[in-house]
Ligand binder design. Structure first.
Ligand code: SAM
Length: 232
């Protein structure tokens, strides 16, 4: 299996004008690759940071059952307008899992909100509260640790993430997240995704975070780990 993938960064449809051009979605071709490689028809796919719903929309097209959580109401409304199965998107805060009607899933596919190590606002509540990089990593670890029991036996967790280069500083985000999540899931492999396309912003690389590539981290559920049998 090739571990260096070249994929176009382009998306089939622009976002409506009410959204900012800085709003980030991942590529549809990337989601198609992940679902084709790591899931089969009728598998349940989950995205805890649904964003504009790329995971859910492609999953629906590829006949997978899917659901996702997104904190931003405007994005939730956008996803609802695009999905046939409207109830697949849950408006909620994934840091407060007990408030969400969580179900079991076979594959988690997501790209979390990113944070540079020098930033001071939490990306988990739309930058409203103060935070720091270490708190951010702790919270991300907690979110995935709480979600892991909902992953069915044999399930995978796929995280798309880049290291970040901004203001002359490198944040090893991809490697730090790999280190946190492998505490309770098996990190099986990493893929390097080389993004093809026009440079988005001067000095920010094709991917927009100082690089032309990102990583697909593949975690596998541990054999000895327990699964939740039923939905909450
Ligand atoms: C990198 S974006 C995901 C983009 C998505 N993959 C797409 O293609 O549209 C991360 C998303 O996580 C959402 N988010 C941040 N904190 C959250 C939270 N506490 N609960 C649920 N969603 C959250 C953000 O609003 C953002 O839309």
């Amino acid at each position: 299996m090739p571990t260096i993938l070249s994929l176009p960064i382009s998306l089939s449809e622009p976002l409506p004008s009410e959204f900012s051009s800085d709003d980030v979605r991942y590529s549809e071709r990337f989601v198609e690759y992940c679902l084709k490689t790591f899931s089969k028809q009728n598998d349940i796919i989950f995205d805890p940071f649904a964003g504009f719903g790329t995971t859910l929309l492609i999953a629906e097209k590829m006949k997978r059952t899917s659901f996702g959580v997104e904190i931003d109401k405007q994005r939730v409304d956008y996803i609802t307008s695009k999905l046939n199965t409207k109830e697949s998107i849950i408006h909620g805060d994934i840091t407060n899992l007990s408030s969400i009607a969580m179900k079991n899933f076979d594959l988690l596919l997501t790209s979390p909100p990113y944070m540079n190590s020098f930033e001071q606002e939490s990306p988990f509540d739309n930058f409203q509260s103060k935070s720091n990089y270490s708190e951010y990593l702790n919270k991300l670890e907690m979110i995935f640790q709480e979600l892991e029991p909902f992953m069915n036996k044999g399930g995978n967790c796929l995280v798309e993430v880049a290291n970040l280069y901004a203001e002359g500083k490198l944040t090893t985000l991809a490697w730090d997240i790999a280190g946190r999540l492998r505490k309770f899931m098996d990190l099986q492999r990493e893929f390097i995704i080389c993004w093809e396309g026009e440079e988005l912003k001067e000095n920010r690389g094709i991917y927009g975070y100082g690089y032309d590539h990102s990583y697909l981290l593949v975690f596998h559920k541990r054999e000895e780990s327990n699964s939740k049998k039923n939905s909450l």
